[in-house]
Design a protein around this ligand. Sequence first.
Ligand code: SF4
Length: 114
Amino acid sequence: MSDLDAELQDPSTFGDSDAPPADEKPYKIIFDASACFGAGKCAEVAKNWEMDIKSGMAKPRSYYIGEDDLDENVRAAEVCPANKGAGCIYVIDRRTDEEVAPDPHGDGTFSLER
Ligand code: SF4
């Protein structure tokens, strides 16, 4: 396993170097951009997601979100058809490191597979 793979398998270590405090933004987005094919479903259901005109791919406006923005980002994770329907948007609870969505295993384990 490479260092990158190891990092991707552990959501608690992913992208926290300039993160806001977890009590302000308790959730973070992990976006597997390499799997996005520009279907645009995320941007239809969540204002946190927009389509990049140049690349044609999605991008989140913010990687760290509060309770008010949780539901729409969960919806984006659930409707994303990438990775044969498994999606490429992951919503992680920073306080527990559990995957809130899409959570295909139903137990909060990080479901991004490499
Ligand atoms: S729904 Fe998924 S595949 Fe479609 S643009 Fe959004 S992130 Fe990319």
